[in-house]
Design a protein around this ligand. Structure first.
Ligand code: NAP
Length: 484
C-alpha cells in the first residue's frame, strides 16, 4: 500500500530560530522529506530567520548538513536535495529589535498561507507576535506555530495565551505537542472509533487500569539549566503524558474535527482527580560509570527537581470511575520506550481451573520505538497434554502490516507541519486545554513544594525509584516492563 500524498497550495514558511537545534534536527529534515514525498508545491518557500548573519547560500549549506545528519537516505532520489534547497532563503532578524523585519515582510507573498514557526525560546514568543503584526504580516492567512514549553504554570500559560490572542485568533495558533503527530496516536483513534470491537469494552467495567509510560535513556544533556527549573512534571507530564491520557480516555467525538476532538480532550482534563501525596513518586537519577548524576549534570548539588515522576490518578466521570490511571516518565531509564497499556480485567470465572493461571488481555499502544499496537490474547498452548493457556500477541506493527511499499510512516513533525499548512488543528493543543492541564498540575507541584519533598534517587539504567513499584504493588498490580 503506497501512502497517499494530499497536495497543498503554495505557502511561505518562516522558521524563527532557523539556525537552532530544533530546526536542524527536526523541522528542516521534516520539510525535506515532505518535499521528497512530492508534497511541497512549486513556489513554496522556506525562510530561516535568526540573529546570526548568513546569506541564503550559507543557510542552504546549513540545511544540507542538517539533512545529511538527521535524515540520511530516507527515500529521496538523487538530485532532490538541490531542488529542495532552492526553496530556502534566510533573513537576519532580531526578535527584540528592528533589524530584518522589513526585509522579511518584503519576502512574503500576498494572499497565500504564511506560517511562522516559533522555534525559539518561549521568552521571545510575545515579541515575535508583536513584530509580525507591527510589520503587517498578521494577515488572515497567517498562522503561528508554538513549541513547548507553553508556560511554566497556569499564570504564565494564561499570560502567553493572552499575548498571542492580541494579534492572532485561536484558529491561527498551532501549539505543537509532537507526540500527537505520531502515526500511532492517530491509529489509536482509528482503533478506538473505527472498530466495534474495542469501544464497548473501553470503560471501568472491563478495564482494570491503564498505564502510560514515557521512558527515556538520555539524561538532561545540554538542557540542564532549563530542565532544573522545569523537571519531569512540567517538561513531560503536563503536556505529552496528559495528551496521551486524553486520547485514551476521551468520549467519542461526534466528528473527527479539531474542536470536536479538543472539546472531548478538555473534558477529560477537567475530570481528573487530585493526586494524593502517597500517589506521587519523584526521583532523580544517580551517576553510573559513564554518566554523571542528575545533580552533577545540572550543576546544582542541592537540586530538588525531579528527573522522574510517577503518579496515580482517576478520571471522575461515568466511563472511568474506579479505574486507576498510572502515569510515569523519566530520564536515564532502562530503555527508550513510550507505551500505553490498557489492562483489561480477568475473566470473571475460569472454566479451566486454577492451574490454568489467570490471564487478562492487554492492549499495548507503542509510540516509540517500533510504533504499533499489540493485543495480548489468551489461547491454548498447541499440542496434546491438556488445556494449558498461554498469552500471545496479535501484532499490528505498522511496518509489517502495511508491507514494504508503505515505507516509513511520516515523522511527527512532517505530519504536523503539513497540518499547519492545511489549516487542520486536530492534532494541536487548544489554549483552554493547556490551561486546564496546568490547573491540574499546579496544585501537585505546590503540594510537594509545601511539603519540602526531596526526589528519591534511582539507578541509571533502572526502571526508576523503588517507590514507583510500590505504588502499584500496594494496589496488587505491577508495571509492565520497560522494553525497547
Ligand atoms: P536553540 O538551539 O537555542 O536555538 C534557538 C534559535 O533561536 C537559534 O536559531 C537562535 O539563533 C535563535 N534566536 C535566539 N534569540 C533570538 C532573537 N532575539 N531573535 C531571533 N532569533 C533568535 O533552541 P532549540 O533547541 O532549537 O529550541 C527552540 C524552541 O523549541 C524552544 O522553545 C525549545 O524549548 C523548543 N523545543 C526544542 C526541542 C529540541 O529538540 N531542541 C524540542 C521541543 C521543543 P541566533 O542566536 O543566531 O539568533
Amino acid at each position: 500500500m503506497v501512502s497517499r500524498v494530499i497536495p497543498v497550495d503554495p505557502f511561505d514558511l518562516v522558521i524563527f530560530g532557523g539556525t537552532g537545534d530544533l530546526a536542524k534536527r527536526k523541522v528542516i529534515p521534516a520539510l525535506f522529506r515532505r518535499y521528497c514525498a512530492g508534497q511541497m508545491p512549486e513556489g513554496a518557500r522556506i525562510i530561516g530567520a535568526a540573529r546570526s548573519e548568513h546569506d541564503a547560500e550559507e543557510y542552504r549549506e546549513f540545511a544540507a548538513e542538517s539533512i545529511r545528519e538527521f535524515s540520511p537516505g530516507r527515500g529521496c532520489e538523487d538530485g532532490t536535495l538541490e531542488g529542495f534547497l532552492s526553496r530556502l532563503d534566510y533573513v537576519t532578524i532580531d526578535a527584540m529589535g528592528e533589524d530584518g523585519w522589513e526585509e522579511l515582510a518584503s519576502k512574503m507573498t500576498e494572499d497565500r498561507v504564511r506560517a511562522f514557526y516559533f522555534s525559539v525560546g518561549p521568552g521571545l514568543f510575545g515579541a515575535l507576535a508583536d513584530k509580525i503584526h507591527a510589520h503587517g504580516m498578521a494577515t488572515p492567512e497567517a498562522r503561528i506555530v508554538v513549541e513547548k514549553p507553553f508556560g511554566n504554570d497556569l499564570a504564565t500559560a494564561k499570560e502567553l495565551n493572552a499575548t498571542l490572542a492580541t494579534h492572532f485568533d485561536e484558529g491561527q495558533i498551532y501549539r505543537i505537542d509532537h507526540y500527537l503527530g505520531k502515526e500511532t496516536v492517530q491509529n489509536l483513534m482509528a482503533v478506538r472509533f473505527g472498530n466495534m470491537l474495542f469501544e464497548p469494552l473501553w470503560n471501568s467495567q472491563y478495564v482494570d487500569h491503564i498505564q502510560i509510560t514515557v521512558a527515556e535513556t538520555v539524561g538532561v544533556g545540554g538542557r540542564g539549566e532549563y530542565y532544573d527549573k522545569s523537571g519531569a512534571m512540567r517538561d513531560m507530564m503536563q503536556n505529552h503524558l496528559m495528551q496521551l491520557l486524553c486520547l485514551i480516555a476521551m468520549e467519542p467525538p461526534a466528528r473527527f474535527e479539531p474542536d470536536a476532538v479538543r472539546d472531548e480532550k478538555l473534558k477529560v482534563i477537567r475530570a481528573l482527580g487530585d493526586v494524593l501525596p502517597h500517589h506521587l513518586v519523584r526521583g532523580q537519577y544517580d551517576a553510573d560509570a559513564d554518566h554523571p548524576s542528575y545533580r552533577e549534570a545540572v550543576d546544582n548539588p542541592r537540586s530538588k527537581t525531579e528527573s522522574y515522576v510517577a503518579l496515580k490518578t482517576h478520571i471522575n466521570n461515568w466511563r472511568w470511575a474506579g479505574t486507576p490511571f498510572y502515569l510515569r516518565t523519566g530520564k536515564r531509564l532502562k530503555a527508550r520506550s513510550s507505551v500505553i497499556n490498557v489492562m483489561f480485567k480477568d475473566t470473571p470465572h475460569s472454566i479451566f481451573g486454577e492451574e490454568a493461571g489467570r490471564h487478562a488481555n492487554v492492549l499495548s499502544i507503542r509510540l516509540q520505538p517500533n510504533e504499533g499496537i499489540t493485543l495480548q490474547v489468551t489461547i491454548k498452548e498447541p499440542g496434546p497434554g491438556g488445556m494449558r493457556l498461554i498469552d500471545v500477541p496479535l501484532d499490528m506493527t505498522f511496518a509489517e502490516a502495511l508491507g514494504e511499499e508503505g515505507g516509513d510512516p511520516p515523522d511527527a513533525y512532517e505530519r504536523l507541519i503539513m497540518d499547519v499548512i492545511r489549516g487542520n488543528q486536530t492534532l494541536f493543543m487548544r489554549g483552554d486545554e493547556v490551561e486546564a492541564a496546568w490547573a491540574w498540575t499546579d496544585p501537585i507541584i505546590a503540594g510537594w513544594e509545601a511539603r519540602g519533598d526531596v526526589p528519591k534517587p534511582y539507578d541509571s539504567g533502572s526502571t526508576g525509584p523503588r517507590d514507583a513499584e510500590l505504588l502499584l504493588l500496594r494496589d496488587k498490580r505491577e508495571w509492565r516492563g520497560i522494553t525497547p
